[in-house]
Design a protein around this ligand. Structure first.
Ligand code: AMP
Ligand code: ZN
Length: 113
């Protein structure tokens, strides 16, 4: 997707604070952190949101979530963290390239609102 912010980040056209990368997955710091630790984990493949997932993406999404778990451990948050994907504008999605927010480093409240 030529005009997608996170595709540009995945291709390093736009710089980011990368904390993990492999052939299929990228993780980087959120530019506007909502917690002491706030990383975004994305598939490099352009998928607009959870709504656009197909059965072909099942392994890829598993790799994204495994990356989140590993990062949470590396960042010392295995005692408690949140992994969330906002799907659709009503849920607050502002970048339409599938991403998971990994949040932690403080007590997290529920419901999130
Ligand atoms: P969402 O609102 O769920 O779509 O999340 C998009 C997230 O992307 C927000 O938390 C933004 O702070 C974050 N964001 C936007 N632009 C950048 C950027 N250039 N680098 C890192 N994070 C960004
Ligand atoms: Zn994209």
């Amino acid at each position: 997707m030529t005009n997608c912010l996170f595709c540009k980040i995945a291709k390093k056209v736009i710089p980011s604070d990368i904390v993990y990368e492999d052939d299929h997955v990228l993780a980087f710091s959120d530019i506007n952190p909502q917690a002491p630790q706030h990383k975004l984990i994305i598939p490099k493949k352009h998928i607009a949101s959870l709504n656009e997932l197909t059965s072909e993406d099942t392994l890829l999404v598993g790799q994204v979530i495994q990356t989140a778990k590993q990062l949470a451990t590396q960042l010392g948050m295995s005692e408690g963290y949140r992994l969330v994907s906002n799907c659709g504008s009503l849920a607050g999605q502002s970048v339409f390239h599938l991403h998971f927010h990994l949040l932690g480093g403080r007590a997290l409240h529920w419901p999130p609102g």
